[in-house]
Ligand binder design. Structure first.
Ligand SMILES: [Cu+2]
Length: 199
């Protein structure tokens, strides 16, 4: 290979890398949306009902803490197969159980302790503590990673996803079961879309 053709090949490679970078930047627009709901959007989750393909769960664990006599966060969306660590940051013992799905009870443990659970079945799991009936939280085990927590002002941003036609649902404790079943079409073209959800 002459040094000239070597340089040409190098320039070609640099151009390809540059184009790839541009396309990533263009896709970074993602899906910006808003939700309007008469009961507000606090602790609301927007998620794609089902996306084609399989989605390996993240290696990193998700966290649901027990702190100041509350579960934190109140709602935790995860991809199926994710392990959640439940850490007790209080000065009293806590318990974690759910009546939902396989109805696990992780037991009761002392301050500073942590227990983990792998969520391998889709569904909504209410989290409760048998010692403190006022404690409550929800874990949403979803089929794909295309979900977002809705901000207090109703805005959300879904992660980048392949172009296509999707259906989006909304989950919230204050959302009626009829509204939770509603599916909103999302058409994604060129990596970007806007989605306005109004109840
Ligand atoms: Cu407790």
């Amino acid at each position: 290979m002459s040094s000239k053709s070597g340089i040409r090949a190098l320039i070609g490679l640099i151009t390809m890398v540059a184009l790839a970078t541009v396309s990533v930047i263009a896709r970074a627009g993602g899906i910006a949306g808003t939700v309007t709901h008469p009961r507000g959007t606090e602790n609301m989750v927007v998620f794609v009902t089902r996306a084609p393909g399989k989605f390996p769960p993240p290696i990193a664990h998700a966290s649901m803490d027990q702190k100041k006599m509350r579960f934190t966060p109140f709602v935790l969306p995860i991809v199926m197969g994710t392990t959640v660590d439940f850490a007790n940051h209080d000065s009293v013992a806590h318990n974690v159980f759910t009546p939902d799905g396989e109805a696990y009870n992780l037991g009761t443990w002392e301050p500073g302790g942590t227990k983990s659970h792998l969520f391998d079945t889709l569904g909504i799991y209410a989290q409760a503590c048998s010692l403190h009936p006022e404690m409550e939280a929800y874990i949403l085990v979803l089929q794909n990673p295309y979900f977002a927590l809705v901000a207090a002002n109703g805005s959300f941003t879904l992660p980048n996803m392949p172009d296509g036609n999707y259906e989006v649902q909304v989950w919230g404790k204050k959302v009626s079961s009829a509204d939770k079943k509603k599916k909103f079409p999302l058409k994604l073209q060129g990596g970007t879309a806007t989605l306005k959800i109004t109840f």
